[in-house]
Design a protein around this ligand. Sequence first.
Ligand code: KIV
Length: 274
Amino acid sequence: MKKTVPDILDHKGKVPLVVMTAYDYAGGLQCESAGGDIILVGDSLGMTVLGYDSTMQVTVEDMIHHAKAVRRGAPSSFIVVDMPFGSFQTGTPDALRAAVRLIKETGADAVKLEGGEPVLEIVQQLTQHNIPVMGHVGLTPQTATALGGFKVQGKDEKSAQMILEGAKSLERAGAFSVVLEAIPHKLGTLITEQIGIPTIGIGAGSTCDGQVLVYHDVLGIYDRFKPKFVKQYAELGRLSVEALVQYAEEVRSRAFPTLEHSFSMSDDVLKRLY
Ligand code: KIV
């Protein structure tokens, strides 16, 4: 049965929430079969699926296109869709318009947006209009350049305080959960203890109320860049290339296709064609 926002809130301090990213129909099918609690259609698709070197070029149209496919593969999952860069920075009315489109056109259940203090008014407005919001603080890839690159955040008092305050104010603004990305695990614990909504960690330690990893990282589809917080559970990238190489060899040697992969016809019919 599909989870609801109260079900997710109820995980606070209990069994950790399993959050997986997915970007297409097959990924949606697989994540739903794997029995996760939440599927996130992350704007990380800019890098994993579209081949950009950051998430900055991802558009609302891209998110809608991919989230619709995920929903077709995962009809019974609670789906969160990322608000891409540019869809909320231009003000609350634009943010509301983008979020309504993301929910209405994809069938997703909630949106996620990056940032603390600067997005509070938007989070308030979205939640007041019944659009559930997942927050995201710590390393926020849409502002990675300003944060000094893809680096751990919150190591000094000032930035740790800012992340903690950001998470607290997101709760006050009505967010139902908050992603904590690439922060020291003790800061992850402190934030998890001090807020009443579930924290979803990615590089924030084991005490968070849930964990999220990117699909391509879990499955080892690329080995281009592997952050410290990633655990790879398979090597599908290597297995895929090996399978494709074998296919190419078998085509060239005529080992494929065999009769097993071919259709037959009656010899009488064939004779009449010659
Ligand atoms: O875009 C994304 O996939 C994310 C997760 C890494 C949290 O924001």
